[in-house]
Design a protein around this ligand. Structure first.
Ligand code: 6PG
Length: 244
């Protein structure tokens, strides 16, 4: 697990994360003809998506080659304020020339299990995995970190942590009192690059436990994220890095 890159504040963190996206997108489109990215939800990535939507950075991305997915979704309609798709659409996708067919959202308006099954099928058809690499290989998975150590919608002691064969599961999150659909560790850990973006003093203690505390992934699901072949990067601001 590489050392985190620490930035002075949320603004410089957002600029760095956006530049990281632009760089990986350029490399992937040049070498593979496409860039596949799973976006994270919550509030932390908003400034990064807004930076990406600026004409300066947006102009550097070959958007017709970019395919956008999600690491997780709340089981709500796309126009619900809680929708991770809705947040990304408002902050980024409505402002860049990405073809609509390149946006592969989790249909949160469906029954949770149906949404998960449909998304898994979408991924299996899109990535059509080779036998030697039986998992969705995103070029980039962006993740956030909850103060309780969750990531995507993998929450402490969630059964999905042991879910191997499936790439997508739906489950009821007691803490959020809501259903969520999420990529499983199997799908996330098959990525070429996984990048956590973490901001704020409220995450400092969790950062310390995740990065330098005992390995206890059932309590700290972010610790189960260890790309098998890919690389793991933490982009954090000084406030979140205050205890590491
Ligand atoms: C979600 C995210 C979730 C998020 C963390 C951190 O659907 O909410 O996938 O894993 O990244 O909860 O959320 P904040 O960025 O809002 O602190």
């Amino acid at each position: 697990m590489g050392l985190p890159r620490i930035y002075p504040d949320t603004e410089s963190l957002a600029r760095a994360a956006a530049a990281h996206f632009v760089s990986l997108a350029g490399q992937a489109v040049a070498s593979e003809g496409r860039f596949t990215v799973a976006l994270s939800g919550g509030s932390t990535p908003r400034p990064t998506y807004a930076q990406l939507a600026t004409s300066e950075l947006s102009a550097q991305v070959d958007w017709p080659g970019v395919h956008v997915f999600w690491g997780d979704e709340r089981c709500v309609p796309p126009d619900n304020p809680d929708s991770n798709y809705g947040m990304a659409r408002k902050t980024l996708l409505d402002h860049v020339p990405i073809p609509v067919q390149n946006i592969h959202r989790i249909r949160g308006e469906l029954e949770p299990e149906e949404a998960a099954a449909e998304y898994e099928l979408t991924l299996r058809e899109f990535f059509s995995p080779a036998p030697e690499n039986p998992a969705a290989t995103f070029d980039l998975v962006l993740l956030g970190l909850g103060a309780d150590g969750h990531t995507a919608s993998l929450f402490p002691s969630a059964a999905e942590l042991e879910e191997q064969p499936r790439w997508v599961v739906a489950h009821y999150v007691d803490k959020a009192r809501a259903w969520r659909v999420t990529l499983t560790p199997t799908a996330i850990n098959a990525a070429t690059q996984v990048t956590f973006i973490v901001s704020g003093a409220g995450k400092a203690e969790t950062m310390r436990r995740v990065l330098s505390g005992p390995h206890q992934p059932d309590l700290l699901p972010a610790q189960i994220i260890r790309p098998a072949m890919g690389s793991l990067l933490w982009l954090v601001d000084a406030a979140a890095a205050g205890l590491i």
